[in-house]
Design a protein around this ligand. Structure first.
Ligand code: HEM
Length: 237
């Protein structure tokens, strides 16, 4: 996770110990890519479910509409609430990492942090419901259920650590929470890339390639992110 608080704005340190400017530029560029990816998925993933009926989505073969059009309306509602709440969590995540906002408006940072935590609780609870009928079958049920529980736990630890005044602990737990929230981006990017590779390298059609790739994603999408940030956190110690 790139925290732009580490980006050197100006430095009075001696030349030998000052971070090379390129590092600051890289972390700023990384933050911009991260923020754009979060906002794009936060807006465009739930949008079809909020603007069209499940039957219309099924008809047009958009997203997982065809699968969810066959589910009870309570599940359909859970999916819509899930996409909206999780989208809010994902959209707010880059804002929480913006050091300028944190420094200048700490009360605003606390307010958006509370909204983010509430969005995660709602997104995870509804994600857990929807996971029981996942398009990916058993892999989706197990992988997404685990993600829901671990996402909630990391969010809870993020809140508990800052309430206890443990800023270093808070930083570690929000890093993990953000990595799990970012699973929504990894899932879509990795599925898309896998479909491109599978259709090019095998004789699978696009739907069969999607089905093949998607079975792995309920685990890969978050375990990969978590492994990357855990490695980063360990290196920092
Ligand atoms: C990180 C914890 C998350 C969990 C446990 C989770 C769980 C799920 C599950 C189980 C489904 C049903 C997919 C299927 O049938 O296989 C789903 C779909 C969906 N989720 Fe999440 N999700 C999470 C995060 C997010 C985030 C951050 C977003 C933000 C946009 C999001 C947006 C959606 C949308 C829009 C769908 C509908 C399917 C589609 O067309 O992509 N989810 N999620």
């Amino acid at each position: 996770m790139t925290d732009i608080s580490t980006t050197p704005v100006s430095s009075s340190r001696p030349e030998a110990t000052a971070p090379a400017p390129i590092d600051g530029e890289r972390s700023r560029a990384g933050y911009i890519v991260f923020a754009l990816a979060c906002v794009a998925v936060a807006v465009f993933a739930p949008l079809p479910y909020l603007t069209q009926s499940m039957a219309d989505l099924a008809e047009a073969n958009v997203g997982l509409g065809a699968h969810y059009a066959k589910q009870p309306s309570a599940i359909q509602l859970a999916l819509i609430v899930h996409g909206t709440a999780s989208g809010l969590a994902l959209g707010l995540t880059p804002l929480q990492w913006a050091a300028g906002v944190r420094r200048r408006w700490p009360a605003f940072h606390r307010l958006t942090g509370r909204i983010l935590a509430a969005a995660i609780v709602v997104g995870a609870a509804t994600g857990l419901v929807v996971a029981q009928v996942s398009y990916a079958g058993l892999s989706g049920t197990i992988g997404f259920s685990l993600l829901s529980v671990i996402w909630t736990w990391c969010c809870f630890r993020s809140v508990a650590t800052i309430r206890a005044g443990d800023r270093a602990g808070h930083r570690r737990w929000v890093t993990r929470t953000s990595a799990l929230t970012f699973a929504a981006v990894t899932l879509r990017v990795a599925t898309g890339a896998s479909v491109v590779v599978l259709t090019a390298a095998t004789d699978l059609g696009a739907q069969a390639a999607f089905d093949r790739a998607y079975v792995v994603m309920p685990f890969f999408s978050w375990m990969f992110n978590l492994a990357v940030v855990e490695w980063g956190l360990r290196r920092r110690r």
